[in-house]
Design a protein around this ligand. Structure first.
Ligand code: NAP
Ligand code: GCO
Length: 267
């Protein structure tokens, strides 16, 4: 029994979580620190990163913060080098940093489309490329890409986001294919609709105090009948970072309260 539980431990592992100043990234980084990992927390806004550092300290968690825009290859390489000096070679990477633009496709400029692709798809390529040599050297590694319902489903107004998250699913499978023989596992987590700042505009109550129509829509599409919490993602994130998942590779683990398995409420 003890051995089984030990296989879920992250004791002594070095983890980098991108975009961990709040939301899903913050919760995963905190969970990794609690599970024994030495955690590098990334963000691209100095003020928010400092504030997040204080939040982690208040929780009694000893993490190190790294300011870097993950779309900039030069800065990412520098950050990964700095983490190596401070904490050691990275064992676990979570590509979590992300953004969304909700704009009808014909009104979206190509610059806006490219910006979303850059953060949500190109950045995971850049950061994975920067950590892979260390993982190969060390003889093992875990890369976890934060995908989405939009890795499988479309919806009005999120063309760039869906294109990026669909691409991220395939980047996940490709990293698994290319580096699996070197004992590196790359998997994705596909969160359902999770209550974070990213989804706050979809949950704001109406002026008359009633639920936002999108909020009602999501609850009705989710067999669990609620939004997910950031805590709902921590168990799966620990599993995919730990030795307990050493033969799991190229998979997307959907943590969605059942959305993808559900045809929808009968009328
Ligand atoms: P969020 O609340 O908007 O947080 C996004 C994080 O990414 C922040 O820490 C932000 O930090 C960081 N970030 C954005 N651009 C960055 C950049 N260029 N370089 C470094 N950091 C950057 O989002 P969330 O809801 O927690 O989502 C986290 C991830 O899960 C995203 O990839 C998102 O697409 C995905 N996801 C979310 C949901 C959901 O329902 N919430 C569902 C499925 C998937 P700073 O702005 O402080 O730098
Ligand atoms: C939206 C949402 C999403 C979710 C998430 C679903 O506008 O539809 O913001 O796309 O955040 O990615 O898994």
């Amino acid at each position: 029994m003890d051995d089984i539980l030990k296989s879920f431990s992250l004791e002594g592992k070095v983890a980098l979580v991108t975009g961990a100043t709040y939301g899903i990234g913050f919760e995963i980084a905190a969970a990794y620190a609690r599970a024994g990992a030495k955690v590098a927390v990334n963000g691209h806004n100095e003020e928010r990163l400092e504030k997040a550092g204080e939040e982690y300290r208040k929780l009694g968690l000893d993490v190190k913060t790294y300011l870097c825009d993950v779309t900039n290859e030069f800065d990412v390489d520098e950050m990964v080098g700095k983490i190596r000096e401070d904490l050691g070679v990275i064992d676990i990477l979570v590509n979590n940093a992300g953004m969304i633009k909700r704009i009808p496709m014909c009104e979206m400029s190509v610059e806006e489309f490219r910006e979303v692709i850059d953060v949500d798809l190109t950045a995971p390529f850049i950061v994975s490329k920067a950590v892979l040599p260390g993982m190969i050297e060390k003889g093992h590694g875990k890369i976890i890409n934060i995908c989405s319902m939009m890795s499988e489903l479309g919806r009005e107004t999120v063309s760039a986001y869906a294109a990026a998250k669909g691409g991220l699913k395939m980047l996940t499978k490709n990293i698994a294919s290319e580096f699996g023989s070197q004992n590196i596992q790359c998997n994705g987590i596909g969160p359902g609709y999770i209550a974070t700042p990213q989804t706050a505009p979809l949950r704001e109550p109406q002026p008359d105090g009633s639920k936002h129509p999108f909020d009602q829509f999501i609850c009705s599409r989710t067999p669990a009948n609620r939004w997910g919490t950031t805590e709902d993602l921590t168990g799966p994130a620990i599993f995919l970072a730990s030795d307990a998942s050493n033969f799991v590779n190229g998979q997307i683990l959907y943590v969605d309260g059942g959305i993808l398995g559900y045809i929808g409420k009968q009328p």
